[in-house]
Design a protein. Structure first.
Lengths: 216, 173
């Protein structure tokens, strides 16, 4: 390739230039929030809120703790995924990892609770109802997953495998957060296992499905 | 020609508004910057191709630069992505048994290897040797096999694994 052909390329690109609207993180965040509200709202409208919230009461402390932990993970992962769409060497995308580490408090709490009450632990691990919860959570996170995928497709993610993990975690946490507002179980083993499985399965799906798609 | 960050950011902001003269100047500056960037990373005969690929990618992704942020890290991220993509393609070619043209022993080639040498030092010696012989010095798989004392298929495997690791090192940079 010669200098002349690079000059020709530069002329061609310059002639092709049209005004463009820069992509803004806040706009991407707004679309993702809208996707979460629509997906979550639809699920809650179809399946209903958990019984205490439906009666205007507050959630029990432990499920509320789990809910906010998952919300924090979802927000951190969503923010990281949005930032991955706007490249820059030296930018830090690791916020979601810290939130993920904090979310390990969930299975640890479940372990402690389960060791103290094996009957409750066995009940919490019962796949009847548990698997349905996981499925509902996966469906509820699809909107967020699609919104983040669309954002990355139009953006310029430079590490596609990492983006796949992060989008999967964000979608899974979004779905698990909706699930926490629907599922009436206060059993921490159930929440850690079946609701946590939503995040894990979604992360794996994101890692497997996403990387080849937004390649640019 | 102005390769300082504020000037480049101003040109880029004007380019996003559709100013073709500013964009032409920006692309010229980016070409100079990219030539320096890639000169320390790939063989000289591949630099122009990679500059062109990067300029086209930059053109397609103009909207992903946020004027609140610095310009050069954005350009560097795109350049690095294209560089990794080229390494991946070389890895795939290695699987098929293709070879690159030999690189001359001029000054430029020595400079181009500076940062590669640093990366190659992170690899197991057999992988680094196979990559150096075939992908940098232009030896055929058969010649590399004789020099390394490894079977031809093992040379290919070492190139494949080594280039994969190099991509991972660069991505985690």
């Amino acid at each position: 390739m010669t200098d002349v052909s690079i000059d020709d390329l530069i002329d061609g690109l310059a002639d092709d230039l049209k005004p463009i609207r820069p992509r803004r993180l806040l706009r991407g965040g707004a679309w993702t929030a809208a996707a979460w509200l629509i997906g979550g709202g639809t699920l809650l409208w179809l399946l209903g809120m958990r019984h205490d919230l439906a009666h205007g009461a507050s959630m029990a402390p432990m499920p509320m703790f789990a809910f906010w932990l998952i919300v924090a993970l979802g927000l951190a992962a969503t923010w990281s995924a949005l930032r991955m769409g706007l490249p820059g060497v030296g930018r830090d995308y690791s916020g979601w990892r810290w939130a993920g580490l904090a979310a390990l408090a969930l299975p640890l709490t479940a372990l402690v609770v389960g060791l103290g009450d094996t009957h409750a632990a066995m009940h919490g691990m019962d796949p009847h109802g548990g698997m349905r919860c996981t499925l509902d959570g996966l469906v509820a996170g699809l909107g967020v997953g699609a919104a983040l995928f669309a954002w990355l497709k139009g953006g310029a993610p430079t590490s596609l495998e990492r983006a796949g993990w992060v989008v999967g975690v964000a979608a899974g946490a979004a779905g698990a957060a909706v699930l926490a507002l629907h599922c009436s179980s206060d059993n921490m083993v159930h929440i850690a296992l079946w609701h946590g499985l939503v995040v894990i399965l979604s992360a794996i799906a994101g890692r497997l499905i996403l990387p080849p798609l937004p390649r640019w | 020609m102005s390769l300082d960050e504020p000037s480049l950011a101003r040109l880029m902001a004007a380019s996003q508004r559709g100013d073709r003269a500013a964009y032409r100047a920006l692309l010229g500056d980016c070409r100079t910057w990219l030539a320096r960037y890639f000169a320390r990373r790939i063989a000289p005969h591949q630099v122009d191709d990679l500059i062109q690929e990067t300029l086209v990618s930059m053109h397609r992704k103009l909207a992903t630069w946020d004027s609140d942020r610095a310009f050069l890290p954005w350009l560097a991220a795109i350049a690095r992505y294209r560089w990794i993509d080229m390494l991946r393609r070389q890895r795939d070619e290695a699987e098929l048994g293709d070879n690159d043209a030999a690189v001359g022993a001029e000054d430029e080639a020595v400079h181009a290897r500076l940062s590669l040498d640093h990366l190659l030092a992170l690899l197991p010696p057999k992988q680094a040797q196979a990559i150096t012989l075939v992908k940098i010095e232009g030896a055929s798989i058969a010649e590399a096999s004789r020099i390394c004392g490894q079977s031809e298929s093992l040379v290919k495997v070492n190139i494949h694994r080594g280039l994969k690791k190099l991509s991972q090192y660069i991505e985690s940079e």
